[in-house]
Design a protein around this ligand. Structure first.
Ligand code: FAD
Ligand code: NAI
Length: 475
């Protein structure tokens, strides 16, 4: 029987892969997408959506929402005159709700595949060679052929030597999103995005949370003003115990849970906890892809080598998302997926890595786009800043949530916006205005001339733009 043939075969059904497949199909290309993982599908069927939908963005945000509501009901309602007693969290219900959202979204992608006529090929995809200008890929013993291949195999949690992950007591992101009860004492290794988001979830639900971070600086990639405010809020107001500059020396499990030995300055300390989350970054995933069979070039760091249009060293083989260099973010992966599909169809695709926003969904949320003050100083670029606290914003006061600020940085010579850094309620939504502004090369004066609805948190963005020119009206 002849092999199945497609114009485009995508390996990996995460945000990079499934979006590439849908866009390619929209553009009239016969398209298939190979996905191997069933994650925790109750029927054991392959699930689309990758890390993001199954064990990443979506489940973590569902838990953040539930735990934030619990926190508000327990502590914040009272300032509105609403008294609550006996507020309880049923962790099983919270996890079930999260699982339902994941199930709904992952099956939704299957529906989108049907609608767009993308063929789902369940199984593990592996390059086996090239024949007559067509790439040959093995999918669990069946060979499919493609003119173009998009590798979107994503990333896996980085594990540390000597710290075996069982996803029960010692968890990476997979186990950490499915705890069956609130641990009395939670240890986290790594004060990065996952450590802060999931540390916040369980802190709100009553865990004593200790986060052990190797670096001496907190949130080193964020603007220092934001990192300082976040540190104050998380450690002093919320009671997250974050230890910086530690070196983990031993991790052991026993009847009492997990014991983590670490060096902190001159001292050797032990953290005893009931569960441990290891969140020390992610690594590109190319295991079993058969890169060696076709000479697909990887960098020493494990990322697939690509040019700015995500072309690999092989003709008509492309790679997108976490498996290629750049921020490991779902929206960046999706943008690259679209770009590649459009390039394959002969169009001009583009992704601007300079305007990819970052969001940390703690409370307050943290979001930024563009350069930090530190980066601009290092690059010798002269700039002006405008910073407006949410305490000066009527909507934030009405919401009873005034932590944080909006900080805008503009070029001293041209006034072009170079970066926007927000810490505060709804920063994840507010940052979109800054992204649009930067994508269109807007100046702080452009934002200053835009009418922002009153009363909204977005007025803080407006005021920050005015503050760049030292003419804020309400601060
Ligand atoms: P993935 O989502 O990893 O998908 C790759 C898919 O390829 C997987 O399903 C895998 O099974 C499949 N695959 C791999 N090899 C093969 C093979 N050989 N054959 C067949 N299939 C294969 N990003 C955000 O932007 N916002 C967030 O809020 C956010 N929160 C996160 C929270 C957590 C806890 C984690 C872990 C990550 C989070 N991320 C977030 C990051 C985001 O999940 C990733 O950037 C995104 O999923 C990357 O998409 P991708 O398509 O490149 O890879
Ligand atoms: P991360 O890179 O954000 O943070 C890892 C932290 O662990 C760093 O601060 C690092 O210094 C520290 N670390 C590394 N080795 C260590 C060690 N041996 N001991 C102690 N600390 C150590 O990685 P994280 O949190 O695992 O998340 C992975 C990626 O997933 C993120 O970088 C991001 O790309 C994505 N993600 C995005 C989210 C979002 O957009 N809101 C949410 C969660 C994850």
């Amino acid at each position: 029987m002849a092999n199945k043939q497609f114009d485009v075969v995508v390996i990996g059904g995460g945000p990079g892969g499934y979006v590439a497949a849908i866009r390619a199909a929209q553009l009239g290309l016969s398209t298939a997408c190979i996905e191997s993982e069933s994650y925790a599908d109750p029927k054991g069927e392959v699930r689309l959506g990758g890390t993001c939908l199954n064990v990443g963005c979506i489940p973590s945000k569902a838990l953040l929402q539930s735990s934030e509501l619990y926190e508000q009901a327990s502590h914040s309602f009272v300032m509105h005159g609403i008294s609550t007693t006996g507020v309880k969290m049923d962790v099983a219900t919270m996890i079930k709700r999260k699982d339902n959202i994941v199930g709904q979204l992952t099956s939704g992608i299957k529906g989108l595949f049907k609608k767009n006529k993308v063929t789902l090929l369940p199984g593990h995809g592996k390059f086996i060679g090239q024949e007559n200008d067509r790439w040959r890929i093995d999918v669990n013993g069946e060979v499919v052929e493609a003119t173009h291949v998009v590798v979107a195999t994503g990333s896996k949690a980085r594990h540390l030597p000597g710290i075996p992950i069982d996803n029960k007591l010692i968890c990476d992101n997979v186990g950490a999103l499915s705890f069956d009860a609130t641990p009395k004492r939670l240890g986290v290794i790594g004060a990065g995005v996952i450590g802060l988001e999931l540390g916040s979830v369980w802190k709100r639900l009553g865990s004593e949370v200790t986060i052990l971070e190797a670096m001496p600086d907190f949130l080193a990639s964020a603007d220092q003003a934001v990192a300082k405010e976040a540190w104050k809020t998380f450690t002093q107001k919320q009671g997250l115990n974050i230890q910086l500059g530690v070196k983990i020396t031993k991790v052991e499990t026993g009847k009492k849970g997990v014991s983590v030995e670490y060096e902190h300055g001159d001292e050797t300390k032990t953290l005893q906890c009931d569960r441990l989350i290891v969140s020390v970054g992610r690594v590109p995933h190319t295991a079993g892809l058969g890169a060696e069979n076709v000479g697909l070039e990887l960098r020493p760091s494990g990322y697939i080598n690509v040019d700015k249009n995500c072309r690999t060293n092989l003709p008509n083989v492309w790679a997108v998302g976490d498996v290629v260099p750049g921020p490991m973010l779902a929206h960046k992966s999706m943008e690259e997926g679209v770009m590649v599909a459009e390039c394959i169809a002969g169009q001009k695709g583009h992704v601007n890595l300079d305007t990819v926003p970052w969001v940390i969904y703690t409370h307050p949320e943290i979001a930024w786009v563009g350069k930090t003050e530190q980066q601009l100083k290092n690059e010798g670029i002269e700039y002006r800043t405008g910073q407006i606290p949410f305490a000066a914003n009527g909507r934030a006061l009405g919401q009873g949530d005034t932590t944080g600020f909006v900080k805008m940085i503009a070029c001293a010579k041209t006034d072009r916006i170079l970066g926007v850094h927000i810490i505060g309620n709804n920063a994840s939504e507010l940052i979109a205005e800054a992204v649009v502004a930067m994508e269109f090369n807007a100046s702080s004066e452009d934002i200053a001339r835009i009418c922002h609805a009153h009363p909204t948190l977005s007025e803080a963005m407006h005021e920050a733009s005015l503050a760049v020119d030292k003419r804020a009206l309400h601060f």
